[in-house]
Each structure stands twice: as structure tokens, then as C-alpha cells.
Write a protein that binds this ligand. Structure first.
Ligand code: SF4
Ligand code: SF4
Length: 354
């Protein structure tokens, strides 16, 4: 399995690592088989989050005897001291471990970045680090490039988790990823298959012979790993065939040819039409609707089965899709042809459904 160094942590991680977001959709026995197979096959990094259903509990139960064989990261949604402390205790308990290698502030957005610093959350994690409960502090940010830059330049975070796939090429590669690398901030690529969209391209028309016999998912992963600044990709996995398919990419590293990249990007662009990439170019909405966040919650609901969490997040929004006045200023700004007002309505119906 190809290994790469994760920035200043110095850890050598498997280029294909394990995204545990979908574990809540399978049984404990299936998790047992899948996670043990992953470790046996050379994967040495597992990423989960407090909000991924019972993913933490399952990892804790099935891997407690193998804890020293892999790096483990989880994430907390809280920003203040008491919230972070309570959540960290719960993570340690559910994961049945004495230490967490990497603790992320999860999905930081809006004014939350400042709150990490001003309400004691960061200080609490720094204390936890001194006590050996965690080893490194990371941050995951979905759609705010300016915030990503700020986080990288702060020197506070060892690792930045970014949504990075062939569909995110233009907005991240120009300066953010090289900047992070220059500051020795490790980069973990989440959503390397764009929530599964890239694994499905194109409906019925994939010519594997043009891609060394590989599948769209494998080429999508190779594409992400072709960026030298990325340490590892963490595709979400819940089935043995997905694991084996992804493993082949890490076990047999190869460079994509210029023709493969050209052809794959054309297919990716086609597959990505009308798909929200969470870039945030459509903001601000005059009604204060957090457009990309809403599409992300919808995606978490549909693709990852995190129904309760997605509904909870949506229902807590100060302004939701119902406030849309159909002014269309957002659609003019969206470079990817997303039908925003109608898409928001669909998401609203889904997320408000009892
Ligand atoms: S709706 Fe369009 S502009 Fe807005 S975040 Fe999604 S892809 Fe970007
Ligand atoms: S159409 Fe709706 S979502 Fe788009 S900017 Fe106008 S109010 Fe906001």
C-alpha cells in the first residue's frame, strides 16, 4: 500500500484510507469483517465523526484490540470549552480508546471559526493534547476558501480536511493546497468521489479499456492522489467490493496519462452538471439562506444515510429554503448550473419530512 506523510504530524498514512461515514448503515458483524480486512490490507488511517450515527461505537467495538495498528481521527461539532470537553469524553468512550490521534473541529463555517478561539474550544483541545488524550488538532472546512487560508496560516492546526475531487479542481489547487503544503499542514481529501457521483459516471458509457481496465471510482481516486500535496483520500466505504476496488488504487500506484486525465475530466464535468460542489459562489443570498449547507445536508441524508443528523442541522438553520423569494441572484452566480430555488424546495421537503 502506498504511504504518504501527513504534514507536520510526520505520520506515514495509507494513500487510500478509510472513511467511516457509512458504517452506521451496516451491521456490527459487517463492520467487523470490513474494518479488519481494511487493516489487514494495509489501510492504517480511519476517519469518523461524532455525528456519523453509531460509526464511532462500531469502530470501538470491533477494533479495540488492534488500536495500536492504525491512526484514528474523529470530529466534534462543538466550538466552546464545555461542549468540546463533553464531546471529547463521549468520543473516547464510544471509540473505547485512551487516545485519539487526530481530533477535528468538524465542518467549521461562518462565525464559528472565531468561536473556536474565543469560547475556549481550542484551549480545551490543547489541554487534552498535553494530557495525551489527543495527539494532533485538525479542522475540516467545506466551502470557505478564505477560512481555509486563515486556518492554514494560523499555525494552530496540524491537518486540514478538504472536500477534494475531480469536481473541485479549479477552486482548490491554484493556491490553497500548495499553501497548506508550504506550511506543513497535512491534507486529507474527503469526498474524493463527490458523494458517489464520480463512481457512477457516465451512465452506461464507461470504456474501461481506455483507463487500464479500471473503474470510474478508481480513476477518480487516482486523480485525487495525483495531487502531490494530498496525503490520503478517505472514500466512505460500507461493502467489501468497494473496499477491494479502492484498495487496488493504493496497492498499485500509477500516474494517470494526460489522455486519461483529459477524458476523465470531460466525463466528470458532465457527471457534475447540476451538482452542488459547495463552492459558495452563489452567496450571499439576500434572504440569508446558506445554500451550499442545505445541499450538503441533503447529500448527507441521501448518500450517507445520516438522516437524523441532516434533519437536525437543517431544522436548526436561522433561515431555510422557505425564505427563498425566487429572486434568482444565486442562479446567475452559480457556475455549475445548479437549479437552486427548485433544488432548495426539494431539499426542504426531504429534510422537513417527519
Ligand atoms: S449552488 Fe452552485 S454556486 Fe452555490 S455552492 Fe452549489 S455549486 Fe457553488
Ligand atoms: S433565489 Fe432564493 S436562494 Fe437564490 S438568492 Fe434569491 S432568495 Fe436566495
Amino acid at each position: 500500500m502506498e504511504k504518504r506523510t501527513l504534514g507536520k504530524t510526520g505520520w506515514s498514512l495509507s494513500a487510500i484510507s478509510f472513511g467511516a461515514i457509512k458504517l452506521s448503515r451496516i451491521s456490527l458483524n459487517e463492520c467487523d469483517a470490513l474494518l479488519n480486512r481494511a487493516l489487514d490490507s494495509g489501510i492504517n488511517f480511519i476517519d469518523t465523526a461524532d455525528c456519523y450515527g453509531d460509526s464511532e461505537e462500531k469502530i470501538g467495538q470491533v477494533l479495540k484490540k488492534r488500536r495500536r495498528e492504525f491512526y484514528l481521527s474523529t470530529k466534534v461539532d462543538e466550538r466552546d470549552r464545555a461542549g468540546v470537553r463533553a464531546k471529547l469524553d463521549r468520543c473516547l468512550r464510544r471509540l473505547r480508546t485512551e487516545w485519539i490521534d487526530l481530533l477535528f473541529f468538524h465542518d467549521v463555517r461562518g462565525g464559528e471559526y472565531e468561536r473556536i478561539f474565543s469560547t475556549g474550544g481550542l484551549e480545551e483541545l490543547q489541554k487534552a493534547r498535553q494530557k495525551g488524550e489527543i495527539t494532533h488538532i485538525g479542522i475540516s472546512i467545506h466551502n470557505n476558501l478564505a477560512m481555509m487560508r486563515q486556518a492554514v496560516e494560523s499555525g494552530v492546526f496540524s491537518v486540514l480536511m478538504v472536500a477534494y475531487s475531480a469536481l473541485d479542481e479549479d477552486r482548490l489547487t491554484a493556491d490553497l493546497l500548495p499553501l497548506a503544503a508550504s506550511k506543513d499542514v497535512g491534507l486529507v481529501a474527503m469526498k474524493p468521489l463527490a458523494g458517489g457521483r464520480l463512481a457512477d459516471i457516465p451512465a452506461g458509457g464507461w470504456d474501461a479499456a481506455r483507463f487500464h481496465g479500471e473503474s470510474p471510482a478508481q480513476i477518480a481516486l487516482r486523480y485525487v492522489l495525483s495531487n502531490p500535496h494530498i496525503c490520503c483520500a478517505i472514500p466512505g466505504m460500507m461493502a467489501r467490493n468497494e473496499l477491494e476496488e479502492n484498495l487496488r488504487v493504493g496497492r498499485r500506484p500509477r500516474k494517470l496519462s494526460a489522455e486519461e486525465i483529459k477524458e476523465f475530466m470531460a466525463l466528470a464535468v458532465e457527471a457534475g452538471k447540476g451538482f452542488c460542489r459547495n463552492c459558495g459562489y452563489c452567496l450571499p443570498c439576500p434572504e440569508g439562506i446558506p445554500i451550499p449547507d442545505i445541499f450538503r445536508y441533503e447529500n448527507y441524508y441521501r448518500q450517507y444515510g445520516l438522516k437524523d443528523w441532516a434533519k437536525e442541522q437543517y431544522r436548526a438553520l436561522a433561515s431555510n429554503a422557505q425564505a427563498c423569494s425566487d429572486c434568482r441572484t444565486c442562479t446567475e452566480k452559480c457556475p455549475y448550473g445548479v437549479s437552486i430555488p427548485s433544488g432548495l424546495k426539494k431539499a426542504h421537503n426531504l429534510l422537513m419530512h417527519p
